[in-house]
Design a binder for this molecule. Structure first.
Ligand SMILES: O=P(O)(O)O[C@@H]1C[C@H](O)[C@@H](CO)O1
Ligand SMILES: Nc1nc2[nH]cnc2c(=O)[nH]1
Length: 289
């Protein structure tokens, strides 16, 4: 896939998908590491391996199946990415966010992003679910932004604001749902920070992030949210805390990807229920053809 992607490229992929499925999703869900089971709740599924979708990049990370699944959650039509693209895989940022603009052209209005993340906040525990309140886009601050290059006005403005992008109403609904599901004791709300990866943080880096007010750190999400916001989508995000980031030189523990995937499994059912109920409560105009 070439690095410069133009409107026609997104359009070709969207048109192909629309010709292959009757589903017309209003909600898109991006599954984080080990969280692909979120798609299992979809009814009346049509699914497509990324390798079959014209123009789609390919997943290379363990725990990211590489399938696009269309279907219904409690009667609401959704499309779900079982596997996302990360900058550290060697994709350019416009490739990692390619699906988001395709979703826009499919008619998607709300993007739900999920990820596995390490916690910096002292009060967080492994297995906590963090409702994302805001993000720090570290690569973005350093000039690595998916919106770099000529702006395409068909998608959005040259200088999009990024304040208040994680929808307040959806966050409130999610909190209330967690209470009624009896899981609020392990639900947090906080700031997610994207770093480039693929290495996990050094202790000095972890301390820096902690001092900056980061609650959870990961290697994705922010570019997808920037692109979704640019094209006018509503955004909701969840981080699953899979590990505590090591901040002390006395700590002998260290994190690895297998442990991240193990913890993802632990909370899979809760996350699936939360996302399903959240979507069912969304105010969406569902056109099914
Ligand atoms: O796709 P996400 O952000 O959930 O993946 C996280 C960050 C790395 O890709 C991986 C590290 O275990 O999990
Ligand atoms: N950067 C980063 N990404 C993660 N994804 C899951 N855990 C972590 C972590 O500790 N650091």
């Amino acid at each position: 896939m070439k690095d410069q992607i133009c409107y026609d490229d997104y359009q070709k992929t969207a048109s192909w998908l629309l010709s292959q499925t009757q589903h017309r999703p209003k909600v898109a869900i991006i599954c984080g590491s080990g969280l692909g089971m979120l798609a299992d709740a979809l009814k009346c599924q049509d699914s497509f391996p990324y390798s079959d979708i014209p123009g789609f990049p390919q997943s290379t990370v363990q725990g990211h199946a590489g399938r696009l699944v269309f279907g219904e959650l409690k009667g609401k039509t959704c499309v779900c990415m079982q596997g996302r693209f990360h900058m550290y895989e060697g994709h350019s940022l416009c490739k990692t966010t390619f699906p988001v603009r395709v979703f826009k052209l499919l008619g998607v209005e709300t993007l739900i992003v999920t990820n596995a993340a390490g916690s910096l906040a002292d009060s967080y525990q492994v297995g906590d679910i963090m409702i994302i309140k805001d993000h720090i886009n570290f690569p973005g601050l350093a000039g690595l932004n998916p919106l770099n290059g000529p702006n395409d006005d068909k998608f959005g403005p040259r200088f999009p604001p990024m304040s208040g992008v994680y929808d307040k109403d959806l966050r409130k609904i999610a909190f209330d749902l967690c209470k009624s599901m009896g899981v609020s004791q392990f639900v947090q709300e906080g700031v997610y920070c994207m770093v480039g990866g693929p290495n996990f943080e050094s202790i000095a880096e972890a301390r820096l992030l902690h001092r900056l007010g980061v609650d959870a750190v990961g290697m994705s999400t922010a570019p997808e949210v920037v692109v979704a916001t640019h094209c006018g989508m509503r955004v909701f995000g969840l981080s699953l805390i899979t590990n505590k980031v090591v901040k002390s030189y006395n700590d002998t523990e260290s994190v690895n990807h297998e442990a991240v995937l193990e913890v993802s499994k632990l909370r899979s059912q809760t996350l699936q229920m939360l996302v399903t109920e959240l979507v069912s409560r969304m105010d969406i105009n569902n056109n099914t053809t």
